[in-house]
Structures are given as structure tokens and as C-alpha cells.
Design a protein around this ligand. Structure first.
Ligand SMILES: *Cc1c(COP(=O)(O)O)cnc(C)c1O
Length: 353
């Protein structure tokens, strides 16, 4: 088949999102969603926006949302680009900053959307293997490439690259863009956003899906100097001028302005994560250090697949990647204390059997 498909997409292997079950209720720890609801102020803002105004197009510039994001990060609105989820923002950035024939580099174990974009856009790329302990071999990212993409904290390992190493990478690549995907930085990592006014080649991509409980609204953004952001706008306006709808614009603005709720929920998740790690280590799991809202775990007595299936049978969904080097691991999103208690109890049960 694929009879009428363009040559460009005939061999494309798309990204596979985690399962969104419809048949039964699971404890869902497989897609890094936030277990807490969005801020009540966000719900109120959406209700307020859900009126007769919907017949009008949304603001193509997302002016109010960009202002709110700029205020929050201490930047100017022209340093902010908003898109329909950070996946879209990442795609637009790849198109805007990377040139066919000049190879983009990223680690071999990282967010699996990056190779999909490079394939889609016909970009050359090299996956540089992480060290055995999943740390990043910084020396291999110091120049001689057409761009760098770093997910920090990394997915699915949860490991964080210190800001000093991000700086070394930025210093060594002054003529290409270094894109840092900070989807999980709000859960305890030091953000590279503070370096934006120092480095004209730095782009930081953020999402409201994880730390602001808005995966269902699709709001992501990129931060960088005004010239880089103008480049992303050029691509956006050549593809879809209205990526964020009126409800998302209202929700995003309310979410970023409700700092108190954000602080409270992210702290809860970090506390639950740290308690879960202690508990899993008692059960004999090896757990990677994590500054994310997920943990990456392995157990000497069970394969990754056995654990995933055992948990599924007990009503808990987690993510297992059938890939070399990480196929003995599970990525487990951090839910509420109660979710994690059930997850740990299910693990204990599996290990007994
Ligand atoms: C979840 C995730 C994203 C995408 O987030 P959306 O804003 O929901 O599209 C981007 N990068 C990484 C590493 C993620 O885990």
C-alpha cells in the first residue's frame, strides 16, 4: 500500500506516544502526565473564554500569553514563541535552525521524537552514545556539528546535565543553535533560561503539559534571543498562523500566573518521587537519580517486559522501551502518594511470585 504517499514519507517511522487506555481504569504512570488537576484559575479562565468570542480567530501572536511567560522568566515578549504543545515547538525549531547537509547531534538515548523530526525534514544527524551510566559525554558535543539538541533532564533516564556543562557546549558551538528541551526542568533541575541573554545561540523549549497539568490543552513555548524567535515565527507563519486556540491562550496565561499553585503541586510531586525512590530501593530496584516527574528503574531479578506486564495485570501502566541498552528499564511517572503506594505494592507482589 502507501500507493499515493509522497516519497518523503514512505519510509518515515513516526513517533509512538504512550498508551491512552479507553477500555478500563488504570493507574496511569506511562506518559508523565501530572496527577493533579490544573489550577482552579485555569479552569475559570477556560470557562470565561468559552463564549461567543470563539467565532473569531485567536490572536496569532499570542500577545497576552507571551507577555505572561516573559514576565515569569524575566525576559521580553519578543524572546518568547508559543505553540501547540512543545512537540510542535520543537518541530518548528528543528525546521528553523537546522540545515540539510549539516549534521545535528543528540544522544542515542533521549526523547525519541528528535530523530523523527530530522527524518521528516531531511536533516542529517548523529546519535552520540551516552556513557554506560547514562551520563552525557560532554566532550563529544563540543563543535563540528550543525546544531545540538539536549533534553535536560533527559528522557527517559531522568538524569540532569549541570548548567556548567550546558555552558561548555554553548561556548564550543558559537555558530550553531544549541536547543535545550526542558520539559521536566521544573521538577528540580537548574534551568538554562538564565543563560539566554548571554548566549545568542541558545533556545530553551518548555511545556505546560507536565509541571502545569495541561497536557490536554497543548501549550508549549520556546525562549531565546529575539532573532531566533523571529526565525521560529517565520516557519510558523509559513505553516499555520494560529497554532494556539482561544481556550489554550486563556488557560496558558492563567497557568503561568498562578505561581502559588504551580509551586505547591510541583513540590508535592518531588516529595512523592523521593519517597518512592526510597521504597523501590528497599525492594531491590536500581533507580537512576531523577530531577523529573518520572523515575527510571530496573530490577536484577525481572526483565523490563516482565515487570511492565506484571504491573499492567495489576492495573498499573508504566512505559517500557524495547530498545538496546534500556530494555531492562521501566520509566514510571510520579503520581499521587496513593498511586505510588499501589505501584510499589504491585511491584512487591510481582517480586514475591
Ligand atoms: C512530554 C515531552 C515533550 C512534549 O510535550 P508537549 O508539550 O505535550 O508536546 C517534549 N519533550 C519531552 C522530552 C517530553 O517528555
Amino acid at each position: 500500500m502507501k500507493q499515493f504517499w509522497s516519497e518523503r514519507i514512505k519510509n518515515l517511522v513516526p513517533y509512538t506516544p504512550g498508551e491512552q487506555p479507553k477500555d478500563r481504569v488504570f493507574i496511569k504512570l506511562n506518559t508523565n502526565e501530572n496527577p493533579y488537576p490544573p489550577s482552579p484559575k485555569v479552569i475559570a479562565a477556560i470557562e470565561n473564554a468559552a463564549g461567543e468570542g470563539l467565532r473569531l480567530y485567536p490572536d496569532p501572536e499570542a500577545t497576552a500569553l507571551r507577555q505572561a511567560i516573559a514576565d515569569y522568566h524575566g525576559l521580553k515578549p519578543e524572546q518568547v514563541f508559543c505553540g501547540n504543545g512543545s512537540d510542535e515547538v520543537l518541530g518548528l525549531c528543528f525546521y528553523a535552525f537546522f540545515t540539510p547537509g549539516k549534521k545535528v547531534v543528540f544522544p542515542d538515548i533521549t526523547y525519541s521524537f528528535y530523530p523523527v523530526y530530522t527524518e521528516l525534514f531531511g536533516l542529517d544527524y548523529e546519535e552520540i552514545p551516552l556513557n554506560e551510566d547514562f551520563s552525557l559525554p560532554v566532550d563529544q558535543f563540543l563543535g563540528g556539528n550543525g546544531g545540538v539538541v539536549i533534553c535536560n533532564p533527559n528522557a527517559p533516564t531522568g538524569r540532569t546535565l549541570p548548567l556548567a556543562d550546558i555552558r561548555r557546549i554553548l561556548d564550543a558551538n558559537p555558530d550553531v543553535v544549541v536547543l535545550v528541551d526542558e520539559a521536566y526542568a521544573d521538577f528540580g533541575a537548574q534551568s538554562a533560561v538564565d543563560l539566554i541573554n548571554e548566549y545568542p545561540n541558545l533556545v530553551v523549549v518548555c511545556t505546560m503539559s507536565k509541571s502545569r497539568s495541561l497536557a490536554g490543552m497543548r501549550i508549549g513555548y520556546a525562549l531565546g534571543n529575539a532573532d531566533l524567535i523571529a526565525g521560529v515565527n517565520c516557519v510558523k507563519n509559513s505553516f499555520n498562523s494560529y497554532p494556539l486556540d482561544r481556550l489554550a491562550l486563556a488557560a496558558g496565561e492563567a497557568a503561568i500566573r498562578d505561581v502559588e499553585y504551580f509551586e505547591q503541586t510541583r513540590r508535592n510531586i518531588m516529595r512523592t518521587r523521593d519517597n518512592t525512590i526510597v521504597r523501590l530501593k528497599e525492594l531491590g530496584f536500581c533507580v537512576q537519580d531523577s530531577n523529573a516527574n518520572f523515575i527510571f528503574i530496573t530490577h536484577p531479578d525481572k526483565s523490563g517486559q516482565e515487570l511492565q506486564q506484571g504491573l499492567r495485570d495489576r492495573g498499573v501502566l508504566v512505559r517500557w522501551f524495547n530498545k538496546p541498552r534500556i530494555d531492562r528499564y521501566l520509566r514510571v511517572s510520579i503520581g499521587t502518594d496513593e498511586d505510588m503506594e499501589k505501584m510499589c505494592a504491585a511491584c512487591e507482589d510481582i517480586l514475591k511470585g
